[in-house]
Design a protein around this ligand. Structure first.
Ligand code: MN
Length: 288
């Protein structure tokens, strides 16, 4: 089989968001102008790896109310607990191994904050938030929120490692996240010397994001905390000499224009201006 080689590697940039939550932001097109910045990972927009960090007691580290329009977020928790509330009445508590799929669609206001016990006593937190673009035809879809419990996507062992499939089919089992954009998304852990092979549709975007440890793809090392965008092919092969934890993202490119401003991702500048106006005038709703 012809395995995909590495087309580019970009290091995650340390930054902060929300109430000073430190995170590593992984955007392959960083530095490119406008919508081109998102071309390399289409239909994905960005990925934030927050933590691992220890929240001190009394901390309000989290993401207070803010809007979104035009895409979906899939937030996967590795350690700790987080609670979500949004303007559609959606709410839930995220536990390790679980995820939340939030559809911003035509507009939503949400917050993501530590659970009260964690705010009182402190504790560890680590997770990954992926922004998935919506096709032009679905940007105005009804906003919504769905909890994906850890039980719906258990770890599955293979020789040399284990995998948790969040979306798409992995080792014959389909992950629970359903999105208008055609995607596959999984968390993998490799033991030292372990390797993983998988077939993905030709023509799809495929990227590997290393959370902990280093992997190797067709002879090219991918350091911890970076995103490797892969070239053409069908086969994916990832190995690790010392063991690693990483995410695999794959999706059919939308190939549509992208206009992006902060929490809004649309197709044109006019639609961004409309989004700002709609938010300012309260048309994306409020948190109860
Ligand atoms: Mn948000």
């Amino acid at each position: 089989m012809a395995f995909r080689t590495v087309a580019s590697i970009v290091s995650g940039q340390p930054t902060q968001d929300g109430n000073g939550v430190p995170l590593r932001r992984l955007v392959p097109g960083r530095g490119q102008r406008g919508g081109d910045a998102f071309r390399a990972m289409d239909p994905f927009l960005l990925m934030d790896h927050f933590g691992p960090l220890h929240i001190p007691p009394g901390s309000d580290a989290g993401f207070p109310p803010h809007p979104h329009r035009g895409f979906q977020t899939l937030t996967y928790l590795i350690q700790g607990a987080f609670r979500h509330r949004d303007s559609t009445g959606g709410h839930g508590t995220l536990r390790p191994g679980g995820a939340q799929l939030m559809t911003a669609g035509s507009g939503i206001v949400h917050e993501e904050m530590p659970v009260p016990e964690q705010q009182e006593s402190g504790g560890p937190i680590e997770g990954v938030q992926l922004w998935i673009n919506l096709p032009k035809a679905d940007k105005g879809m009804r906003p919504g929120y769905e909890d994906l419990q850890p039980e719906a996507m258990p770890w599955r062992a293979f020789e040399g490692g284990r995998i948790r499939g969040l979306a798409g089919t992995w080792l014959g089992v389909e992950g629970p996240a359903r999105t208008p954009a055609a995607i596959a998304y999984a968390h993998l852990e490799l033991e030292p010397g372990g390797a993983f092979e998988h077939l993905l549709p030709e023509g799809w975007t495929v990227a590997v994001v290393t959370l902990h440890g280093e992997v190797e793809i067709q002879g090219r090392p991918v350091p911890e905390g970076s995103v490797a965008v892969l070239g053409e092919g069908a086969g994916l092969r990832v190995s690790s000499g010392a063991g690693a934890s990483f995410m695999v993202l794959a999706g059919r490119p939308l190939q549509e224009p992208i206009a992006h401003y902060g929490p809004f991702v649309m197709n044109t500048v006019e639609e961004i201006e409309q989004a700002l106006l709609d938010y300012q005038e309260g048309r994306m709703g409020r948190l109860a």
